[in-house]
Design a protein around this ligand. Sequence first.
Ligand SMILES: *Cc1c(COP(=O)(O)O)cnc(C)c1O
Length: 219
Amino acid sequence: MEVEERLNEVRARIRKASVNGGRDVDAVTLVAVSKTFDANAIRPAIAAGQRVFGENRVQEAQGKWPALREETPGLELHLIGPLQSNKTAEAVALFDVIETIDREKIARAVAAEMHRQSRQPRLYVQVNTGLEPQKAGIVPDDVKAFVAFCCDELGLSVEGLMCIPPVDENPGPHFALLAKLAKEAGVERLSMGMSGDYEIAVAFGASSVRVGSAIFGTR
Ligand SMILES: *Cc1c(COP(=O)(O)O)cnc(C)c1O
C-alpha cells in the first residue's frame, strides 16, 4: 500500500472513532510521525494534504524539514522525543510544538530560549502515566504543580498533556488518567494514541494522535 492510501485509511478511522465517541468529525488532529523516514518518503504525505508532522530527534529533523518547509508553506512540526538542554535553542527555532516538556530544567531552558529568540512554540507537558522508571515525564501526582510552575514561575502557556502508555498494558486507563489530569491542571489538549491504539485514544478524548508506522510503514 502507498503512503496516501494508508494516510486516508488512518484519517477515515479517526473520523469514525470521533463520530462513534460523540465528537466532531474534525475534533482530532493527526500528527504524522515521520521519524527515521527521509524527505522522499515524507513528500507523498505532504502531497496528500498532510500538514502536521512529528519527529523525535532534533538533529534528524533539522536535516530534512527546512527543505520540506521551503517547498510547502504551512507545515507544522511537533517534537515528540526527549529534549536535551544542549538542543533547546535548535528545538525552539525549528519546532512549532514541543510535546516533551518533562522536567523543570527543560522548562526553564525552553522559557529562556523562547525569550531570546522571540519565538513561541506551543508546549505540552509529558506525563509518565505508567510510572515507568526508564520513561521520561512528570509523574501524575506532580502534574498540577508542574503546570502551575511553568505558568506562574516561567510565564509559559501549557497547551496540553502528552503520554506514552506502557507497551504491555491496556492503554485505556492511561488515556483516562491523562484526561483527568488535564482537567485538574486546567489544560485544554491531549496528545495520546499511536498506530496501535489511536482509535482508543480518540474515544478517551484525544485532541491529537501521533501515528507513524500505520502511515509510513514499519521502521
Ligand atoms: C514513534 C512515536 C510515535 C509513533 O509510533 P507508531 O507506533 O509508529 O505510530 C508516537 N509517539 C512517540 C512519542 C513516538 O516516539
